[in-house]
Ligand binder design. Sequence first.
Ligand SMILES: NC(=O)c1ccc[n+]([C@@H]2O[C@H](COP(=O)([O-])OP(=O)(O)OC[C@H]3O[C@@H](n4cnc5c(N)ncnc54)[C@H](OP(=O)(O)O)[C@@H]3O)[C@@H](O)[C@H]2O)c1
Length: 177
Amino acid sequence: MLREATLGLVRQGYVVSVVARRQARLDALVQAAAGLPGAIHPIALDYRETGTLTARLAEARDRHGPFELAVVWIHSTAPAAPLAVARLVGTPDRPGRYFHVLGSATADPSRPDPDRQAAFAALPNIRYREVILGFVREGGRSRWLTNEEISAGVLAAVAADQPRYIVGTVDPWHLRP
Ligand SMILES: NC(=O)c1ccc[n+]([C@@H]2O[C@H](COP(=O)([O-])OP(=O)(O)OC[C@H]3O[C@@H](n4cnc5c(N)ncnc54)[C@H](OP(=O)(O)O)[C@@H]3O)[C@@H](O)[C@H]2O)c1
């Protein structure tokens, strides 16, 4: 769902290290980025293996320089991975921006999660930003976001650079699809 957001960052000139398991899809992304101002650095691994994730991202950082920006969409199957990535972004002298893309359940008023925000806020090397994927209300109905809307929304969140950015809406909560 973040493929177009990834290519959007390459158009802005970023070298984007992309983590996913399937090499063929990563290769296709490298091809799609050919001729654009930046580039894709493909990293094929399973992010549930935290040690491998850390080692490969550290290699990318050593090769391309400190990560200025991270866009992080990681399933709950890998609970250690979001903080492991955050520790590799930026430096205390030059913090990197960390955009944590989160499902709409994060905005459920009955399930606040202050521990997550506190854990990231404690890291001096990042500026923590939440990007909440909401839903769309149209024609008296509600639906989930399309992949195109998610990618465009994430790029808008990076441009807006706010601590919390909602793609679509989460209000009123009881109208989610
Ligand atoms: N509020 C909302 O509207 C909302 C919120 C959340 C999600 N969604 C929906 O959820 C869907 C998410 O779909 P998606 O196609 O982006 O799939 P996804 O399963 O979330 O995968 C996203 C990327 O992460 C990689 N990935 C997944 N598990 C991995 C792992 N263990 N290790 C390394 N990389 C991993 C995938 O590539 P590999 O499979 O090759 O590893 C893929 O490149 C979207 O269709 C979106 O609409 C909607």
